[in-house]
Design a protein around this ligand. Structure first.
Ligand SMILES: [Zn+2]
Length: 76
């Protein structure tokens, strides 16, 4: 499963060990004042960490997919 579309362009462009980064949710999800949600991702190839700030509409659109991945991987 690919979550790169939820990661900032800047964090997609930086160098990876081979090819492009492949970001996966880490299980760290934090609600923010104002309704935004911070979701932490880690590249499964190089380990780079990035945090995406999603607005509430974007988060709720992807919430089920994120939670299913996090639960299935035993990250919680
Ligand atoms: Zn990487």
């Amino acid at each position: 499963m690919n979550f790169n579309h939820l990661v900032e362009r800047y964090d997609l462009m930086s160098d990876c060990v081979r090819g492009r980064h492949s970001y996966q949710p880490t299980g760290h999800v934090e609600s923010m004042v104002g309704g935004n949600v911070a979701v932490r991702f880690r590249c499964k190839k190089c380990g780079k960490i990035t945090t995406s700030i999603l607005d509430s509409d974007t988060f709720y659109l992807h919430q089920n997919t994120l939670e299913k991945y996090i639960t299935d991987k035993g990250l919680v």
